[in-house]
Design a protein around this ligand. Structure first.
Ligand SMILES: [Zn+2]
Ligand SMILES: [Zn+2]
Length: 145
């Protein structure tokens, strides 16, 4: 998994916005920067609360629509968690551990999982863009308690 390089990510953000004629508004920049900083795969509620510290007048709806539009352009990923949508600004290949108790989603690298190939019958059934292994269970903190 590549570490997020904020400068490069911002460059590609500006580039993708330009490619899709999307205006670079301060809101978009703030929301994307907040996601780049986050390592916890925040939900929209989390992003909203963080962005609101700097842009007190921003609405929940704006944050929601902005995050979805960034995901549409492939600038960030929406990840499935079984609950509210969660977002990931790290779009490089990596895998997730999902704690079913505290709902933390933790990134991990695994060469073995990186190399799993999708079986032919699945490749003909679906158009596959990404593959990620999601492990579910209890994180170390939750397992202790
Ligand atoms: Zn946990
Ligand atoms: Zn992740």
């Amino acid at each position: 998994m590549q570490k997020i390089n904020v400068e490069e990510s911002m460059d590609s953000f500006y580039q993708k916005c330009a490619d899709h004629n999307l205006k670079v508004t301060p809101q978009r920049v703030f929301i994307y920067q907040e996601l780049l900083k986050a390592t916890d795969h925040p939900s929209i509620d989390d992003v909203f609360n963080r962005v609101r510290n700097q842009l007190p007048n921003i609405s929940f709806d704006t944050v929601y629509r902005t995050a979805l539009s960034l995901a549409d352009l492939g600038i960030i990923d929406i990840i499935e968690s079984g609950g509210p949508k969660r977002f990931d600004a790290n779009i490089s290949l990596h895998h997730h551990f999902h704690c079913l108790k505290c709902q933390k989603i933790i990134d991990f690298d695994c060469e073995y999982y990186d190399q799993i190939t999708v079986p032919k019958e699945l490749q003909s059934r679906f158009k596959i863009f990404n593959q990620r292994v999601v492990l579910e269970g209890l994180c170390a903190d939750c397992d202790k308690s």
